[in-house]
Design a protein around this ligand. Structure first.
Ligand code: FAD
Length: 132
């Protein structure tokens, strides 16, 4: 059984653009060590991330992420157990798309109450981001 958290957050206003690759690089190292998969999307104005793995590892990762001063308004809109991960590998996507930003606002507002169809749509959208 795995735990999956999907959250959105907003970068600190004065966050240097050069800090984003640092976050990514550290996350890649830590997540590989901890067997955490998922996807991180940066839209320019928001972060959206899925983290998935054993509940203990995800708890620890989530605590670190929540207390990171480089972003704020860290809001989980999905926290669920599952049999299988959506994204077994950890990947990063970049997306500069206002439409995606609007969707993030909608996901935030639907927090904890998404239908299976909405969950499927969110998974597909995240999977389609330009990840590597
Ligand atoms: P270190 O990297 O050594 O950091 C020690 C402490 O210093 C931590 O509290 C860290 O938050 C803080 N810190 C480090 N650099 C800075 C800085 N430039 N400014 C202010 N404080 C700083 N981490 C993961 O492991 N996995 C993830 O999937 C993940 N996703 C993230 C997504 C987002 C949107 C953000 C903003 C951060 C994410 N992080 C992720 C980073 C996470 O918040 C922690 O910074 C990181 O896990 C700490 O790694 P560490 O324990 O090896 O300590």
């Amino acid at each position: 059984m795995i735990r999956r958290i999907v959250f959105a957050s907003i970068p600190r206003p004065d966050l240097a653009v050069s800090e984003v690759p640092r976050i990514i690089s550290k996350s890649r190292i830590n997540n590989e060590r901890d067997g955490i998969g998922g996807v991180l999307v940066f839209t320019g104005g928001d972060f959206v991330q899925v983290i998935e793995g054993t509940p203990e590892r995800v708890d620890a990762c989530w605590e670190r992420i929540r207390s990171d001063p480089r972003h704020h308004s860290v809001e989980p809109f999905l926290d669920m157990p599952d049999e299988e991960p959506w994204f077994p590998e950890w990947r990063v996507g970049y997306l500069y798309d206002e439409d995606f930003t609007r969707r993030i606002a909608s996901w935030r507002s639907r927090s904890g109450s998404m239908s299976p169809e909405e969950l499927h749509e969110m998974r597909m959208l995240l999977a389609a981001t330009d990840a590597y």
